[in-house]
Write a protein that binds this ligand. Structure first.
Ligand code: ADP
Ligand code: MG
Length: 256
């Protein structure tokens, strides 16, 4: 929980994270951001993956101004870099060319997590929720984001490799002295026609605090054609309903 000095405003930070690529981080970040925003929650989607996929889905061009580099170095207000989206209450901090070298910047800094927290809470733009689409890996950036987050939301494809990577994520966070109670894995891109997917879900679902299972469905890939969140172009699809359930579970878990 993060509180502004002297008043009662509270912003929650959710980082969507996995050491693996292609597991549904960006899809989840974009769809959840949209669902929260349409539910009157002032939401910032921060695209911290240099690939810029979330910015692409939101029709915002990645910036070239090294804004994030500057933000972390001098912890200036992020307000100038924040873009409006096509939707009420939903704002985007787009991907940035400096992200590729962000670990060098972080490595040079003293107390980077304090600086980042200060950056996130000193802006004039107040948000109820910040959802961060983070890059895969075990980098200093991943450590920093995990530190400042209220929730680390981990999409897990029901496969042995993804279960292994979940264990590696927990080990990595423990090494960084991060409370792994903040880690919330959920099953993503699940195809229950596959025996392995079904078996892994049955084996692990009791241990997962989040029970929503996002199914594999080719309609999700159409986000790249529509360049909008899925609940916008397909409000009644079964996957959208699952994302709505996921949002409700987040609300309950960290009281957004
Ligand atoms: N539930 C799903 N069903 C089918 N395809 C999906 C689903 N979720 C994501 N995808 C597709 O899988 C690919 C990887 O998803 P993405 O969200 O970009 O993963 P990440 O950000 O972890 O790399 C994308 O092409 C996306 O459209
Ligand atoms: Mg991505």
């Amino acid at each position: 929980m993060h509180q502004d000095k002297g008043d009662t405003k509270v912003v929650k930070i959710v980082t969507v994270y996995s050491s693996k690529g292609g597991v549904g981080k960006t899809t989840t970040s974009v769809n959840l951001s949209y669902l929260f925003a349409t539910d009157k929650c002032r939401t910032l989607l921060w695209d911290l993956d240099p690939q810029g996929s979330a910015s692409f889905y939101m029709r915002v061009k990645p910036t070239l101004e090294k804004s994030i580099d500057k933000v972390l170095k001098s912890f200036k207000s992020i307000d100038k870099s924040i873009k409006e989206s096509d939707f009420d209450n939903l704002f985007l901090l787009p991907s940035d060319s400096s992200l590729k070298n962000i670990d060098f910047t972080i490595d040079d800094m003293k107390k980077p997590s304090k600086k980042l927290e200060k950056t996130l809470f000193q802006g004039e733009n107040f948000f109820d929720l910040i959802i961060i689409d983070s890059p895969p890996g075990f980098s200093l950036l991943n450590e920093l984001l995990s530190k400042v987050s209220d929730m680390i939301l981990v999409p897990v494809i029901p496969s042995t490799l993804s279960i292994n990577s979940l264990k590696l994520i927990n080990d990595f966070l423990k090494e960084c002295n991060i409370n792994i109670e903040k880690v919330y894995p959920f099953f993503s891109m699940a195809d229950i026609r596959k025996k392995m997917h079904k078996d892994i879900i049955n084996e692990y679902i009791d241990d997962f605090k989040i029970k929503t299972i996002i199914p594999y469905n080719s309609i999700v890939e159409q986000m790249g054609i529509h360049r909008t969140p899925m609940p916008f172009f397909s409000p009644n699809s079964s996957v959208t309903k699952k994302y709505i359930n996921l949002k409700k579970e987040l609300e309950r878990a960290i009281k957004i």
